[in-house]
Design a protein around this ligand. Structure first.
Ligand code: PEP
Length: 251
């Protein structure tokens, strides 16, 4: 484990009604009440954000959204801006999740616009990257990640990226039960720090938090967190149950 402060983030995806979200958030806030050494974030669906904010406000749990649109406002039916997320109580947002890239056509270029909108509005941004199984098999993992980082963080300087967190999520490990080994994840995280040092500078590369995501559970979090360059986790399926997620938080 590093000296960077751990962050455990839960992505609730398209699960839970407002009532279910509020109930899960209530359980979670009480379960993690005594946790002081780890940052905690949950990202419910848009429709649950404001109600969940009423629960987590003043607690150990930060509120995040799963996406945003980069314009401030306008005729963009169905979209939500960074300012709207802030007014709903969000302090964080997840950008570029592989499901958004796969099913909703997000590209490194649109991810870059979204990161700009999020950071300029003061939202902590969890920037997701990751390779597919085919890309890994073709030994393209590092080149794919390098391009995602270069394009996703285009036009920024290191001072802009204080509120940025990178989440390395190999697509083949998301929701599949296949976790990258801690050595595989550590190898990629080391590569990502070098890539960030090359594009920006060494102090940013050393201070930026890099989360691992992909089938994280109570049974594998401690091993992952024992690696020097893994600073936390982005958790999907196992974040839906408050008790299970709290066990991950308390790794
Ligand atoms: C995710 O959605 O970011 C994720 C990592 O999902 P899971 O934990 O279910 O693999």
């Amino acid at each position: 484990m590093s000296n960077r402060r751990p962050l455990i983030a839960g992505n609730w995806k398209m699960y839970k009604t407002c009532e279910e979200s509020v109930e899960a958030a209530q359980k979670l806030t009480s379960l993690v009440d005594g946790v002081t050494d780890t940052d905690i974030m949950i990202a419910p669906t848009f429709t649950s954000l404001f109600s969940v904010y009423g629960v987590v406000k003043g607690s150990r749990v930060d509120l995040g959204a799963q996406n945003l649109y980069w314009e401030e406002e306008g005729a963009f039916t169905g979209e939500i801006s960074a300012g709207m997320l802030k007014s709903a109580g969000c302090s964080s947002v997840i950008i570029g999740h592989s499901e958004r890239r796969q099913y909703f056509g997000e590209t490194d270029e649109t991810v870059n616009k979204k990161i700009k909108a999020a950071l300029s509005c003061g939202l902590k941004t969890v920037f997701c990257i990751g390779e597919s199984e085919a890309q890994r098999d073709l030994n393209l993992t590092f080149s794919v990640l390098d391009k995602q980082v270069q394009t996703g963080l285009k036009d920024f300087v290191s001072d802009d990226l204080r509120d940025l967190v990178v989440a390395y999520e190999p697509i083949w490990a998301i929701g599949t039960g296949k976790t990258a080994t801690s050595e595989q994840a550590q190898e990629v995280h080391t590569f990502l720090r070098a890539s960030i040092a090359k594009q920006f500078d060494e102090p940013l590369a050393q201070s930026i938090r890099i989360l691992y995501g992909g089938s994280v559970k109570p049974g594998n979090i401690a091993e992952l967190m024992s690696m020097h360059d893994i600073d936390g986790a982005l958790v999907g399926g196992a974040s839906l149950d408050a008790e299970t997620f709290s066990q991950i938080v308390k790794f």
